[in-house]
Design a protein around this ligand. Sequence first.
Ligand code: ADP
Length: 421
Amino acid sequence: MSIALGAIADDFTGATDLCNTLVKEGMSAVQVIGVPDGSIDLGGADAVVVALKSRTAPADEAVSMSLAAHDWLKANGAGRIIEKYCSTFDSTASGNIGPITDALLDRSGAAAAVICPAFPENGRTVYQGHLFVHGDPLSESSMKDHPLTPMRDSSLVRLMEAQSRGRAAVVPLETIRLGSEAIRAAIATLIGEGASHIVTDATERSDLVAVASAIPDDMLITGGSGIALGLPESLRKSGRIGWSPAPRPPRVEGRKLILAGSCSTATLGQIARAGSRWPTRRLRLDDIAAGDAAIADLADWADGQPADQPVLIHASAGPDEVRAAQRRYGVQGAGAMVERALGALAATLADAGHRKMIVAGGETSGALVSALGVRALRIGPEFAPGVPWTGTVGGTPMALALKSGNFGSETFFEDAFGMLP
Ligand code: ADP
């Protein structure tokens, strides 16, 4: 097996989003769940994205997982390597983006890293080194209230320098617009001046294509999925891949289920809409704390609903309720309780035949695919910006749609199920 492009993603939905971008640019892609420990047939995919759960893990664990993924990809012939994180730069002053980048720089011998979270199609733009979410500075977006990684600064230079060893510098939009040669020259100058973390502005798709084609082979590429926009074309030009046609939706028998652990604004809107149409139940932390009976009751309730309708179970709540739960159970504790409970529901209900499943939330998705024992996902067609259907590789056949909390319009759940055969 030889992989043209290998990526290390810090959460599951981010990995899917990256695969999805690569598929739309004519590559075949498989997402593997964690670093594979045995043999796994990936069917000769052009791109393999290793999905880790390292975004909010302790920094040393996140670093060792990322290095193991890097080494596995290299051992399997991966050419270029991408470090993928969230387009809202989800992290804290202690990491994990900075420590992972530093460790990958050391391991790969690269002199510097490109820092490029922009993804204009999803409203993430970078201007003068500041990250914007749908036009608002990151620190004034809904990300300021994220349960695990509240983002209170918009400067990528400050964010990166706070959590890494290196010095950060910006290639401004005026230079990006001059094209690949100018960008390459600017990067070389900044590295010559001692910068090791090079933030690239980008407010449009064409900026990302220019950046992707300008990055020298010996630099580490880091960023959101947007950075993958230009890479497939450059791999084709060098003859490393051909053009893969658009994949079909996975064909799976089974009932429809939505499990949500995201508290992001977009997900709350999607839940409100779905709740007025389909059987819906809320999973409360106090009920989880009271014992596993509540989880078993919920599974029974879901299984007893009409089989021709989707069923929704969610833990999602607004910022005040999340803060109250975190005061009571701790930030990590509350998250872990919800993830464990939703994971148990996913496994029980999949066994009972709920095999067309949508999961809302990055961390939540990670927990659920682990609970389901899924090892790899073949990426199918996209039904909302950044979110494709996927089919499980090996094991019980399931169709899974894994959504990062902030993604999708209000009709997201209907749109998703509407695409399945
Ligand atoms: P997103 O993609 O929106 O960031 P995530 O799943 O990554 O969503 O993160 C949301 C976190 O919030 C998860 O760890 C989840 O378990 C936790 N969570 C969900 N509901 C609640 C709640 N009611 N109170 C506290 N934490 C919650």
